[in-house]
Design a binder for this molecule. Structure first.
Ligand SMILES: [Mn+2]
Length: 445
């Protein structure tokens, strides 16, 4: 079973100092401000990773000495059954989720006193309740250990990611087909959500970007109210979630089904940077090397079409590329869309046998799953100030660029598994210009 393998992976990190307990609290239901409006419950990702338990108000305890996993459940009353849902007995939880034991939350104190661990490890947010019971809690190590476990995906996890990807692929195709002048961003969002929900995927891994025209240059555009117009671009960044595992896909398309000359020119630059860096998504390479490769391709493409001037080295050294490509090339993907393990700066190095390898792990290894998502944007907030910056303006075709402030942006994003023998791409949505144009203008099936 997937979750017992995950627990074993975590226990193995503590095998040289077993006199400890790992304590986790699950998620709770979030409410809208001071009201009783409840947001849909989504389990906290570390808790989900270790237990598969998809209900609020749970906790879990892993005893490193015995390898035992205890699920800690709330004691619910009749009112809960009336308003919220079914009441289950400890036996039923036992059968449903397969822990070694089930106890009620009000028995935890007694349980911990019996076990007398030298130390209890928890994530910072969960430490309070245990400290109140008078135990020594260590919060500096478990986060790194969890990130270590979650960074390399098992084949079971990859199956979940593939399931999410296949539904997101289909939803993307359906929206791409529906895009036309006069459709509204919110309609396309509704269609995407319909396609994921009807596959039983009620959670979205993130709210999604459905951006037309100039909005496509806003990296996390969330307005959704705009009407699409003939001649503009439409950028769709949306995914699906299966058993917590995310897909995260972006496509950019012409609203009328046919790229104009400038759109085509810039689109092909982004596509080339994406294809080249996907090819580099192999064990031993690093995300920052891929990022710089993508940036070089983008800046030389911009130079070829005359929008920037100067030598490639100079354009790189002076960070001119970052005016057009201001975000990272990609991130780890898993139970969180921006998954753990990618940028462990700030995480403490754990100088202790068995845990020392929790240091920076940005070098790709088989089983990592990443996104590759270069972009090229015309962002007035970045470009307009640089038009009067003496160091930058010499590198820009100011008169042409200032005509392009409504252009928007282009991003192309695929989800990639790092494999021993090369990248495995989970994303399957039309991507070349000709494929997109043909797909958008062919008759619906
Ligand atoms: Mn992404």
């Amino acid at each position: 079973m997937m979750y017992s393998q995950h627990r074993k992976k975590l226990f193995d990190l503590f095998e040289e100092n077993k006199d400890c307990i790992l304590f986790f609290s699950g998620g709770t239901v979030a409410r809208r401000y001071d009201t009783d409006f409840e947001y849909p419950f989504r389990q906290e990702s570390n808790f989900l990773y270790l237990t598969g338990v998809d209900e609020p108000d749970m906790a879990a305890m892993m005893d490193c000495k015995t390898g035992e996993y205890t699920l800690i459940i709330p004691r619910r009353d009749t009112q809960y059954a009336v308003w919220m849902g079914y009441l289950y007995s400890p036996d039923e939880y036992q059968k449903k989720y397969g822990p070694d034991r089930v106890i009620y939350a009000d028995e935890l104190d007694k349980e911990l006193k019996l076990r007398k661990p030298e130390v209890i490890h928890s994530l910072p947010a969960a430490a309070g309740s245990i400290k109140e019971m008078g135990f020594h809690v260590e919060t500096g190590e478990l986060g790194g250990a969890m990130a270590y476990c979650r960074t390399i995906k098992s084949e079971d996890e990859i199956r979940c990611l593939k399931k999410a990807a296949s539904v997101a692929n289909q939803a993307h195709r359906d929206v791409m087909k529906a895009v036309s002048p006069d459709s509204y961003e919110y309609e396309l969002k509704a269609l995407f959500q319909y396609r994921t929900a009807r596959n039983g995927m009620m959670h979205l891994p993130y709210s999604g970007i459905f951006a037309s025209g100039p909005g496509s240059a806003i990296l996390h555009y969330v307005e959704y109210h705009r009407k699409l117009r003939d001649g503009e671009l439409f950028l769709l960044d949306a995914g699906a979630e299966y058993r917590g595992y995310a897909a995260d896909i972006t496509r950019t398309m012409p609203v009328n089904g046919k790229f104009n000359t400038l759109q085509a020119e810039l689109y092909d630059i982004v596509l080339e940077s994406q294809e080249k860096t996907i090819e580099m998504a192999r064990p031993g390479n690093k995300m920052e090397d891929l990022h710089l490769t993508a940036a070089r391709i983008i800046v030389s493409g911009l130079r070829d079409c005359g929008l920037v001037k100067g030598s490639i080295d100079e354009l790189m050294d002076k960070n001119v590329f970052a005016l057009f490509f201001p975000h990272g090339l990609g991130h780890f993907l898993g139970l969180d869309t921006h998954d753990v393990g990618g940028y462990p700066k700030g995480t403490k190095r754990i100088d202790r046998p068995g845990l020392r390898f929790l240091r920076a792990r940005r070098t790709f290894e088989p089983g990592m799953v990443i996104t590759i998502e270069p972009g090229l944007y015309i962002i007035p907030a970045l470009l307009e100030p640089s038009f009067s910056d003496p160091g930058l303006k010499v590198h820009l075709d100011v008169s042409r660029l200032s005509q392009m402030m409504e252009f928007g942006g282009i991003r192309i994003e695929d989800n990639i598994i790092i494999r021993e023998n090369g990248p495995e791409n989970l994303t399957d949505v039309p991507k070349t210009r000709s494929d997109i144009e043909q797909f958008m203008t062919s008759e619906p099936v």
